[in-house]
Design a protein. Structure first.
Length: 108
């Protein structure tokens, strides 16, 4: 019910189910957190950042703005998704390094 109301307020946003539960995404596009994270990582200010992310993600700028609008209303939700993804990526990298280092010691 709450997701239906959010989709009415943010017509470009849909909800996808995944291993971490339901998450906001652009319809036929990336998750909102992915767009917001890309905006944070772009070394451009304001509308230049929007244009850069739109080009990078092959999205119309209006869809980048839709992700920004959703994030502005639900920052804790999107920031939590970003943090969770960053933690998962860090853990995967640590596991990969441990496996790689263990494999290197086996060959020497």
């Amino acid at each position: 019910m709450e997701e239906d109301l959010r989709m009415e307020e943010h017509p470009e946003v849909v909800f996808k189910n995944g291993p971490t539960g339901s998450r906001a995404a652009l319809s036929n596009g990336p998750d909102v957190w992915e767009v917001v994270r890309a905006l944070r990582e772009i070394d451009e200010p304001g509308e230049d950042a929007v244009a850069a992310v739109a080009e990078l993600m092959r999205l119309p700028e209006v869809r980048v703005h839709a992700a920004m609008s959703y994030h502005a209303e639900f920052p804790n939700e999107i920031d939590a998704e970003i943090s969770r993804n960053d933690a998962d990526a860090a853990a995967a990298f640590k596991a990969w390094r441990a496996h790689r280092c263990a494999g290197m010691s086996d060959t020497h």
